[in-house]
Design a protein around this ligand. Structure first.
Ligand code: NAI
Ligand code: MG
Length: 508
């Protein structure tokens, strides 16, 4: 059994977090019970700041997914859940939000230990967004309405109305960059709409979802409504994507796996699919922007969550007459970022999530240098840290349009700065990508701002800001960044299906 490394490394860790990690995390939630994997196998999750084992969790696979789907089907069609009123569902979600808030510090620490992000940021960003997500959809539970349709059948009086019914059993496969928040984005709306769920957290960061499962049972959400199966993508994830009795799969992760999910849905039962995938988002700064604000914005756009954001502003376009002014400011900002273990409250940026991610990002750094791009800051692991998956904030210049670092998603704190001449040129360059998740424009000229917002092929455009998120605002991709919108009213479309009912009221 792995010995939790945090015992010695972090004396300040919350006692509940210690207890959870050293014992309860060895079980997953199926049909309201805390169980081991059918195979009895476990896998290790690591602390990316120390590279030491953190906890053992069940290595669920196909057999466990089957059990979870049977429980979710049973809960959907009989038992307490279909008899739960929308108001009761709303109250459960609200209560869940309150409980998460009450245990906020524990969740923040779990996220930090498992993912590496600074605890100071988890406290003010991840956890409040999670709480708000459940509160927002608690409100929607009583507002999932159908319509009455004015139909025109000659000689007949007809009442025609629609019902919005749950899609059914939904599989949700989530990534490791915002472990608890991604669970919240997917669970809140699914439950508000009356679905039942099999959730698979990422193998790098399974802990906060398991802890969330404990609170889900505590608020009285009936057994089988939410099942949490921890396991690897290739086994547990693939079993969800190809399961014949799952009605919908929602996935957030790499574009590569997004392709596999759609194929599996097509080959199995044509389950509905929604995908939130990668990005290579253009962040466009015009000379007439507030350059102080824009320089900080450029840094936050790429460095937030260590660049491990699907919407990271990884292509920074700067109008050429201010390029030589703005890039040094970004560099100066980059060099002030304090790297360290996330548990240190003074840390600005923690390690990348895993050894695999560290290898990926550093191989991009090598590729950039080999292809002739210039490193103006960073470009390697920071010298002062000899342990942990740390990469220094990195700015590349002299980047050519066909370079790998400009075309592919890096998912690390690495930005390419590119000068441009005019709005048309930058619009074409910004859209020259297979992705379309987000974009930003910095300018004081409202005409230019809105014209670009219209022209950019991206699911979100930020003007004079970046990384703005709210439970009420839809989020999702154009092109190969995926389809379907999470959050806001739009997400109800993913988790309900419309039934049209005709009632013969007799002759006209
Ligand atoms: P991934 O796409 O492999 O993993 C995301 C989730 O999918 C995890 O829960 C994983 O277990 C599951 N998964 C993996 N293979 C699967 C399969 N064959 N069938 C079903 N589920 C499967 O992402 P990974 O390998 O962790 O990261 C690779 C790259 O993906 C990153 O460098 C980044 O570019 C991108 N990524 C994008 C994210 C986003 O927010 N859009 C989040 C995580 C990664
Ligand atoms: Mg993968």
């Amino acid at each position: 059994m792995a010995q939790p490394s945090m015992q010695s490394a972090y004396p300040e860790v919350h006692s509940e977090v210690r207890k959870f990690i050293s014992g309860r995390s060895r079980r997953m939630l199926i049909d309201g019970k805390w169980v081991e994997a059918a195979s009895g196998k476990t896998f290790t999750t690591y602390d990316p700041a120390t590279e030491e084992p953190l906890a053992e969790v069940p290595a669920g696979d196909k057999e466990d997914v089957d059990r979870a789907v049977r429980a979710a089907r049973k809960a959907l069609e009989s038992g307490a859940w279909p008899r739960t009123t929308p108001s009761e569902r709303g109250r459960m979600l609200w209560k869940l939000a309150d409980l998460i808030e009450a245990h906020g510090e524990e969740f923040a620490q779990l996220e930090t230990l498992d993912n590496g992000k600074p605890v100071a940021i988890a406290r003010v960003a991840d956890i409040p967004l999670v709480v708000d997500q459940f509160r927002y959809y608690a409100g929607w539970a009583t507002k999932v309405e159908g319509e009455t349709i004015p139909v025109s059948i000659p000689g007949q009086r007809m009442l025609c109305y629609t019902r919005r019914e749950p899609v059914g059993v939904v599989g949700q496969i989530i990534p490791w960059n915002f472990p608890l928040l991604m669970a919240a984005w997917k669970l809140g709306v699914a439950l508000a709409c009356g679905n039942t769920v099999v959730l698979k957290p990422a193998e790098q960061t399974p802990l906060s979802a398991l802890r969330l499962g404990e609170l889900i049972t505590e608020v009285g959400i009936p057994p089988g409504v939410v099942n949490i199966v921890t396991g690897l993508g290739e086994t547990a994830g693939a079993a969800i994507a190809s399961h014949p009795d799952i009605d919908k799969v929602a996935f957030t992760g790499s574009t590569e796996v997004g392709h596999l999910i759609m194929q599996a849905a097509g080959k199995s039962n044509l389950k509905r699919v929604s995908l939130e995938l990668g990005g290579k988002s253009p962040n466009i700064i015009f000379a007439d922007a507030d350059l102080d604000q824009a320089a900080v914005g450029a840094a936050n756009a790429i460095y937030f969550n260590h660049g491990q954001c699907c919407c990271a502003g990884s292509r920074l376009f700067v109008e050429q007459n201010v390029y030589d002014k703005l890039v040094p400011r970004l560099v100066e900002y980059s060099e002030k970022i304090k790297l360290g273990p996330g548990m240190d409250p003074s840390t600005d940026m923690g390690p990348l999530v895993s050894s695999e991610q560290y290898q990926r990002v550093t191989s991009f750094l090598k590729a950039g240098k080999n292809e002739g791009a210039k490193v103006v800051t960073g470009g390697d692991r920071p010298k002062q840290l000899d342990k942990g998956y740390f990469v220094a904030p990195t700015v590349f210049t002299d980047v050519k349009p066909d370079m790998k670092i400009l075309r592919e998603e890096i998912f690390g704190p690495v930005v390419c700065a590119i000068p441009f001449k005019d709005p048309n040129e930058v619009l074409a360059a910004g859209n020259d990508t297979e992705y379309g998740l987000a974009a930003a424009v910095w300018t004081k000229d409202i005409q230019k701002a809105h014209r670009l917002a219209e022209g950019l092929k991206a699911g979100t455009v930020w003007i004079n800001c970046y990384n703005m998120f709210d439970a009420a605002a839809p989020f999702g991709g154009y092109k190969q960044s995926g389809f379907g919108r999470e959050m806001g009213k739009a997400a109800l479309e993913l988790y309900t299906q419309i039934k049209t009912v005709w009632v013969n009221l007799g002759e006209a």
